[in-house]
Design a protein around this ligand. Structure first.
Ligand SMILES: Cc1cc2nc3c(=O)[nH]c(=O)nc-3n(C[C@H](O)[C@H](O)[C@H](O)COP(=O)(O)OP(=O)(O)OC[C@H]3O[C@@H](n4cnc5c(N)ncnc54)[C@H](O)[C@@H]3O)c2cc1C
Length: 539
């Protein structure tokens, strides 16, 4: 048998871990590939980051210490990124978690009713549950607003066959639907219900909210019998149903996949940020900092590399004179193709971040525009709002969702200097992110075009940029890549929505793959010659 193909995987988030699992869970790829995962931080997780939090007798939260574990203190797994997943939109994740290697190790817990609220300037408050709709103070949930909300939901549910003004709703963006169906942009429904929901779905600080497609919303506002044990997941008028959490936190899923792969021969290098990727004749040279050993610069040659990192990081790794393919790649991974959003999250105990009128602790999630009232940014101008959508934020209550013994919140923001943020003295942890879009329709052209440079210079792009920004998007992206670089075969029933999801996203990611250059022929000869197959190190 010939030498195994050496593959470097960059990034130990959901995509990198899923790819390791794919490459080690089937005999074919296991025999063909020797995989090494490079991760920049000390522990894997990425956007699936769970922070263990403990509370003292006075209810003050803190990061869990070794002593807490020795003392047997209760540890609460607070997810600072991923909060929820659900059956019909994450079919491959659910099928994977039902496999014997994950059963028991990665548990999901149903959050039966997701109560959401919104608060804006001058008492404009509402919720998607009875207590936050009926009383007079919920003035922005009046009869007209309820009527528009119910009509919108009904039309999303009927989108596959509904026509408005002769046009199929399923082919429309939300903006086109609203205009065609005659919704007013100055209605409370548009300003205080729909736009905040679209922000939560697409990512905080998103400008092109109305580009969301009606078919993106269909699975959220619908309950499909046979595919969902509960639902709909999202509603303006009643709590969302059918959402699950990773009971021990999302990092548990990543850890389980990495541990599975390591036992089957994969190599894991944490504390090893990749700095440079250089395609050379017959392979690709990978340079990383060995943080655990004083930060020495090390390098090794691989046969192929998979970048699961975001496109900005990818540009940093590939943009240099020694990459003969940069001119080909640069247009396809440019900022304008994948405009990622900077975001920041806090785990905190600052009650003053909640809207003053909504501090009863009844809801699981609260969208707060109150502190951005009168602040007119680009989105406010675009949508005729009196508050700055980019300085609004979403807060999840860990007391209601996780059962923490004292109030504790996770607040998610667009990175915006003007937004009100938690008091540092009451902040337990914070983290900034760069994220893509949760729904598939965004970056569709860029995702399709990317196929043309996939594999060129033995470099593959994977991750949520290439599918959708979710745990399902990460797993499916890993599956698509595993199929492209090895004999990996789709492992679940092909008579399933999981397979349809995989096929749909593979069609987008690789369907039009007509590489500009064949990497194993022209690319090799185009690449500069370099010597030395063995691992090298220098400072
Ligand atoms: C605030 C927030 C909330 C979210 N909520 C949900 C949710 O409720 N449900 C859901 O399904 N999804 C949610 N998502 C999206 C989900 O977290 C992501 O789509 C998914 O986890 C992305 O996984 P990934 O592996 O593609 O990327 P990442 O998790 O970003 O992994 C990439 C990894 O690469 C590492 N890295 C970066 N540079 C280098 C380098 N030079 N060398 C080596 N490693 C490097 C990073 O540390 C990172 O770990 C949320 C995301 C955020 C930010």
């Amino acid at each position: 048998m010939g030498r195994k193909k050496r593959v470097a995987i960059v990034g130990g988030g959901a995509t990198g871990a899923s790819l390791l699992w794919c490459l080690t869970s089937q005999e074919g790829p296991r025999a063909e590939i020797d995989a090494t995962l490079f991760h920049d931080e000390a522990t894997v997780g990425g956007h699936s980051l769970t922070i263990p939090v403990c509370f003292d007798r006075n209810g003050r939260g803190r990061l869990t210490t070794e002593q807490d574990r020795v003392d047997g203190n209760t540890v609460y797994p607070v997810d600072i990124g991923v909060q929820f997943i659900c059956e019909s939109i994450y079919p491959n994740v659910y099928r994977q978690l039902a496999l014997p290697e994950f059963a028991g190790a990665v548990r999901l817990k149903r959050h039966t009713a997701l109560k959401m609220s919104g608060a804006f300037g001058h008492g404009r408050i509402w919720g998607n549950f009875g207590e936050y709709q009926a009383a007079p103070r919920f003035q922005c949930f009046d009869t007209e607003t309820r009527g528009l909300a119910e009509r919108f939901e009904r039309d999303v549910r009927r989108a596959p066959w509904l026509r408005v003004e002769g046009r199929r709703v399923a082919t429309m963006t939300v903006g086109e639907y609203l205009d065609t169906a005659g919704y007013r942009r100055d209605s409370s429904f548009f300003r205080y219900l729909l736009l905040p929901y679209l922000s939560v779905i697409n990512g905080y600080g998103t400008i092109d909210l109305l580009e969301t497609s009606m078919s993106d919303l269909f699975p959220l506002y619908t309950r499909i019998p046979g595919l969902q044990s509960d639902g709909p997941y999202v509603s303006f008028t009643e709590p969302g149903r059918g959402w699950d959490r990773f009971e021990d936190g999302a990092t548990r899923w990543i850890d389980a996949m990495v541990a599975y792969a390591e036992v089957r021969g994969a190599h894991i290098q944490t504390h090893s940020p990749i700095e440079r990727v250089v395609p050379v004749k017959g392979g690709v040279d990978v340079y990383w900092r060995d943080v655990a050993r004083g930060g020495a610069l090390r390098s090794a040659r691989y046969d192929e590399i998979v970048l699961t990192t975001d496109m900005r990081t990818n540009r940093e790794l590939l943009h240099h004179d020694d990459n003969p393919f940069w001119n080909l790649q640069s247009d396809f991974i440019a900022e304008r193709c994948f405009p990622l959003l900077p975001g920041v999250c806090y785990i905190h105990q600052d009650e003053e971040l909640l809207a003053p009128e909504l501090r009863d602790g009844k809801e699981d999630g609260q969208f707060v525009g109150t502190y951005a009232w009168g602040d007119i940014d680009e989105t406010a101008q675009l949508y005729g709002l009196q508050y700055d959508l980019g300085s609004s934020f979403q807060t999840f209550s860990m007391q209601n969702i996780l059962g923490t013994p004292a109030p504790c919140w996770v607040s998610m923001y667009a990175e915006d200097r003007r937004a009100r943020t938690p008091d540092p003295a009451r902040t337990i942890f914070s983290r900034s992110w760069r994220h893509g879009r949760w729904v598939t329709s965004f970056f569709r052209k860029a995702k399709r075009d990317l196929a043309q440079v996939q594999g060129i210079g033995r470099i593959w792009f994977a991750g949520n940029n290439t599918t959708m920004d979710s745990q399902e998007g990460a797993l499916v992206s890993a599956m698509i890549t595993a199929g492209a670089i090895s004999s990996w075969r789709y492992p679940f029933s092909r008579f399933s929505t999981a397979y349809l999801m995989y096929r749909h996203l593979r069609q987008i990611a690789l369907g039009g793959r007509r590489p500009l250059v064949q990497w194993n022929t022209e690319a090799d000869s185009a690449a500069p010659r370099q010597d030395g197959e063995s691992e090298r190190s220098s400072t």
